[in-house]
Design a protein around this ligand. Structure first.
Ligand SMILES: Cc1cc2nc3c(=O)[nH]c(=O)nc-3n(C[C@H](O)[C@H](O)[C@H](O)COP(=O)(O)O)c2cc1C
Length: 193
């Protein structure tokens, strides 16, 4: 990084240009599906949600809402509606899309950008969780209508993704990625970088 300045995240001050913790977090993040069962302090969960809400947003419309679930009975009930949740997370954040807000404030591009916004908020939350020593897994496999009712969502709001959270039992091995030569190009699609 070329510019050097102080910045703060999660209450810690860092000297930009010297530390590379963000890249390290990106490289070492894994989808965690096995949790210890130990409750996560509210302060950490709040920081994960703050990170989601701090994400970039097309036109800064922020067409989202995030619902935190911690009550063990509610989590058990949610798992019954979400076959994609593997293991027993001690918290779940539901990332929800407010399509009316996207349409009203985002113009013609609003609805399209809104989906990207949720993706960016998800990645922010995943990286924040990892930075805080938590395990997290994005979950798309769940019954949308049932979860919308369960969370008491207004009609124009839909649940897009769940993030399962908890203390990780172990660091899963890397899932592996396609070779960079297959996905990164220079100037034109297919031209080697
Ligand atoms: C949009 C999206 C939906 C996902 N849905 C699920 C899911 O329902 N259940 C699950 O166990 N993992 C789910 N995952 C996690 C992926 O399986 C995981 O990201 C992928 O295998 C790569 O592993 P990694 O995240 O450890 O790098 C989802 C990931 C994304 C981005």
């Amino acid at each position: 990084m070329s510019t050097r300045s102080w910045w703060s995240f999660a209450g810690r001050w860092k000297w930009r240009g010297i530390e590379m913790e963000t890249l390290e977090a990106i490289r070492t993040r894994r989808s965690v599906r096995a949790f210890t069962g130990e409750a996560v302090p509210e302060e950490l969960l709040r920081q994960v949600m703050e990170a989601a809400a701090a994400s970039a947003s097309g036109g800064n419309v922020q067409p989202w809402g995030f619902v935190l679930l911690r009550d063990p009975r509610r989590l058990r009930a949610l798992r019954a509606l979400a076959p994609g949740i593997i293991g027993e997370p001690t918290a779940v954040v539901a990332l929800c899309l407010d399509m009316r807000r996207a349409e009203e404030l985002g113009g013609a591009m609003g609805p399209r950008l809104a989906w990207m916004d949720i993706g960016l908020a998800t990645q922010n939350a995943l990286l924040a969780a990892h930075d805080l020593g938590l395990g997290a897994c994005p979950i798309a496999s769940f019954h949308r209508q049932a979860v919308a009712v369960f969370l008491d969502l207004p009609a124009q709001v839909e649940p897009v993704l769940l993030i399962a959270l908890g203390y990780p039992k172990m660091q899963p091995p890397a899932a592996g990625r396609r070779p960079l030569a297959e996905v990164c190009f220079a100037e034109r699609w297919g031209e080697p970088l």
